[in-house]
Design a protein around this ligand. Sequence first.
Ligand SMILES: Cc1cc2nc3c(=O)[nH]c(=O)nc-3n(C[C@H](O)[C@H](O)[C@H](O)COP(=O)(O)OP(=O)(O)OC[C@H]3O[C@@H](n4cnc5c(N)ncnc54)[C@H](O)[C@@H]3O)c2cc1C
Length: 412
Amino acid sequence: MRMSAQVSDVLIIGGGILGLSCAWSIASSAPKGCRITLLEANTLSSGTTSQAAALLTRARPSHEMARLVATTFDAIDRLETELNESLPLRKVGSLHISTSDLSNDYLTSTESAARSFDLRYQWLNPNQVQPLSPWLKTQKIKSALLVEDDGYMDPVQLSQAYASAARKKGVQIIQGVSIKDLLVSSQGIQGVLTNQGVFEAPQVVCCAGPWSIKLLHDYDVRLGMAAVRSHYWITEVNHALFPSHAPMVIMPDINAYARPEVGGLLFGLRDQQAVYAFPDQIPASVHGFEFDQDPTGLECLEQQWQGLSDLFPALNDIGLAHYISGISSYTPDGKPIIDETSISGLYVATGCSGGGIAISGGVGEAIANLVLNKTTIGSLETFSINRFGAINPLDQAFMVTCALARSQKKSG
Ligand SMILES: Cc1cc2nc3c(=O)[nH]c(=O)nc-3n(C[C@H](O)[C@H](O)[C@H](O)COP(=O)(O)OP(=O)(O)OC[C@H]3O[C@@H](n4cnc5c(N)ncnc54)[C@H](O)[C@@H]3O)c2cc1C
């Protein structure tokens, strides 16, 4: 007997933070009766979302990016109201420090971004930094800017909040359904073929994270992004060195960031060599995946040890309890892709370049406006799918370009 197709008005591929935020945002503005379905191959937020350090930094040199993050903070407030519970947003602030003249521009542009978004911020002297972040060797610091309104939040809990609020608005979320093919006609997208039959819909939003590259490439939709390594370590617990109220610390001179993590310090280093994976190397589950280059991250740690331990001398004595190596979907300019594709009715939201948790609210809102044909405040041109010209995401040289965008990232 032939299984009959399930029919929806909007179908979302992927139950990571972006799929869930899109589902919630679309359901928030859609006309009554709009049938929205989200399909996730594994379990919700088990993909790259589960690996995030989840820094939510708002003061960004790009106004468009800063606006996406601001919308996430608004979304968190709205989710708390809709769910009638408080979410574990740790509003500890972000401390941006320079240890050389090279990062002066970075600090000044962060300050002007904070000012233009009306965020609370202040310049601190080393004596003021010490009690906030006892692990930092403050003699090395030339200037320090504290953006007080920033914070971090468990990425799985934020995703679950989007999911619960979306379900309350009637979104159907189905796990264990893997999209095998897109159903495309001359009119545009018609739906998807999955391991559980056909799901029809005239509008489909692809939020399949790094898996999107291959899924869409088969239909000649070329996403300008690559699967690039993001990784961090977590030290052993030391409450005196890493108090829970300590701010996140962004260290552009040494390509590093840090934040407290249950009594230890979580610190991430941006690879200075290109570390990336080919799309067909990405397994269904990202956990335990090792990149071909420097698979254990030790080369990177050794290379950047001196700079890091100059600022964090206790690193020479304290143990490292955990190492998390994850996959980020990086574009050459470090900005996401939020757009309708060349297939009518097929949209894409991915390429978050290590910032998908922070921008999740803004991406959801932008996709909802596209799908529902509403106006977005500000232009989405910055995030257009065609902005990189004729690229081939399966070309190794292009992947290196994307990986270098990560190496050069300075902000949180
Ligand atoms: C180590 C690390 C640190 C990070 N730190 C930060 C940070 O500090 N701040 C920040 O904002 N961001 C950070 N990020 C980035 C952030 O994790 C990502 O940008 C974000 O999680 C992307 O979410 P997503 O929904 O696009 O992807 P994912 O969470 O990967 O979701 C995609 C989903 O699609 C599903 N899927 C794929 N193919 C199919 C298919 N064919 N059928 C059905 N389902 C499918 C997958 O199973 C998966 O669940 C970090 C990332 C890493 C790896």
